[in-house]
Design a binder for this molecule. Structure first.
Ligand code: 5GP
Ligand code: MN
Ligand code: MN
Length: 323
């Protein structure tokens, strides 16, 4: 890891800052944009918060979510790019090559697969979320955390720990979350918007997803497959599919769950694979071997392999580890 004083100097020097997080943003991607972006704005910096994809409806309630743009305009006007919650530069999306031309790139992330693509890299694989790392940075700078930014910081912790349940839930994550409630965050508002307000199209997709679950490898591997037809029939969007894999993950005895999803548009790599693994399996290593990335317990990749071939590969992985 780089010296802790490094980002401080960079942030103090920078004046026109573009912040970006990964495509198909989750709560940590949106939360880290808002947590750092709104804090820099409160310090009088000129900032733009950008994501290639729109803010998912369940995060639209967050203060400042309406400031996140899908078009950053003329990139050449920025002196600094801050890339958040992204294991590699390509996670920024189609504009990645252009964005990489910005002179200073601060890469803040907690994925073990991070490629250290920045001019400055702040990586901590032990941080429960990228927003935990943003909280630490703000404390180190001795900046007051603005009330609107606190919602983003809390949300990144809440979603990346699966609502304070996953293995990355630790004392630091819980105490930062508690501190954010003292800054004005309402846990019930976050919980209700993110976990408790389903569209009916999502529930229809859930019906099909549950019907598609199969167990293999002696019940250790559970799979779920979603085709384009299922999205068309239900009217659900790709972003709504992201949490479905957990239904397969939480079947007793299952060590790894996989959601194989056909992408909405014609693509060279038409299948998106999302893996969730228990502590005995390193899903990140499997994802990296197929051009993707992620964490030990949650990782993904895109592929041209057929769903059957993907399952064969995963079944072999599990059998070879004799779990
Ligand atoms: P999900 O399965 O929810 O899409 O992603 C789980 C984790 O794996 C997240 O941390 C996400 O950032 C990472 N991940 C998913 N797909 C990819 C991918 O194609 N490339 C990389 N580098 N990481 C991915
Ligand atoms: Mn993320
Ligand atoms: Mn994250």
């Amino acid at each position: 890891m780089e010296k802790a004083t490094m980002p401080r100097n960079l942030l103090e020097k920078s004046s026109r800052i573009l912040l970006v997080s990964h495509v198909q943003p989750d709560g940590d991607a949106i939360g880290s944009l808002l947590g750092l972006g709104l804090s820099l704005r409160a310090k009088g910096k000129s900032i733009v918060m950008y994501n290639e994809d729109p803010v998912p409806a369940s995060f639209a309630f967050l203060p400042g979510a309406d400031l996140i743009v899908q078009d950053a305009g003329d990139i050449s006007r920025f002196d600094t790019l801050i890339v958040l919650d992204s294991g590699d530069a390509e996670r920024m999306g189609n504009k990645a090559a252009e964005l990489k031309k910005i002179p200073a790139i601060l890469n803040i992330d907690h994925h073990p697969s991070n490629t250290e693509f920045g001019t400055h890299n702040l990586i901590d694989t032990d941080a429960a979320s990228t927003t935990v790392m943003i909280w630490r940075l703000l404390k180190e700078m001795q900046w007051t955390i603005p009330g609107d930014a606190a919602w983003g910081i809390y949300t990144g912790i809440f979603t990346d720990t699966g609502g304070f349940r996953f293995g990355n839930t630790n004392t630091e994550a819980l105490s930062i979350a508690a501190e954010m409630t003292a800054c004005g965050v309402h846990p019930e508002t976050v919980g209700t918007n993110i976990l408790g307000s389903y569209s009916f199209s999502y529930i229809r997709l859930l019906q099909k997803a549950l019907a598609s679950i199969r167990l293999c490898a002696d019940g250790k591997l559970a799979t779920m497959t979603l085709t384009r037809a299922m999205f068309e029939e239900t009217g659900a969007s790709e972003e709504e599919a992201s949490g479905l894999v957990n239904y397969a993950r939480y079947i007793a005895g299952v060590k790894m769950a996989v959601l194989i999803r056909e992408k909405e548009e014609e693509a060279v790599l038409p299948w998106k694979v999302s893996m969730r693994a228990d502590k005995d399996i390193d899903a990140s290593a499997i994802a990296v071997a197929h051009g993707g990335g992620g964490h030990r317990a949650a990782a993904g990749f895109s592929t041209a392999l057929s769903p059957d071939a993907i399952l064969n590969m995963l079944e072999n992985q599990i059998q070879s580890q004799r779990l």
